[in-house]
Ligand binder design. Sequence first.
Ligand SMILES: [Zn+2]
Length: 128
Amino acid sequence: MKNRSLGAAMLQGCCPKCREGKLFPTSILSYTKLSEMHQKCPKCDAVLVPEPDFFYGAMYISYAFSVALVVNVLIILNYLFDDPDVWVYVTTVVVANLLLVPAFLRYSKVLYLYGVGKLSYDPHWENK
Ligand SMILES: [Zn+2]
């Protein structure tokens, strides 16, 4: 697919340089291999992990996702279910967090790579 937009490339977990190669070798549903990532882009050969421990900073983004989840669950339960018991809040937050962990981990890495990684989009990467 040519000329994938920035948003589509980020949502699909594609390389920031070519927007075609996948960042992750496995499906988002493979809980056992959540942290696996290609070292280099399978399409354009861009280095996706510039240094060891590069993605430690992505933990802050993942933390922000989790905080946003907790706040949203608290607000939704409070208004839609008329302030249920505490165990309902805790159970809902834990279940929602477990279900969304793969998305949080992947998209925190994607956002970090697009934001901090020094790879910029090159639509003519094939010609170089
Ligand atoms: Zn690439």
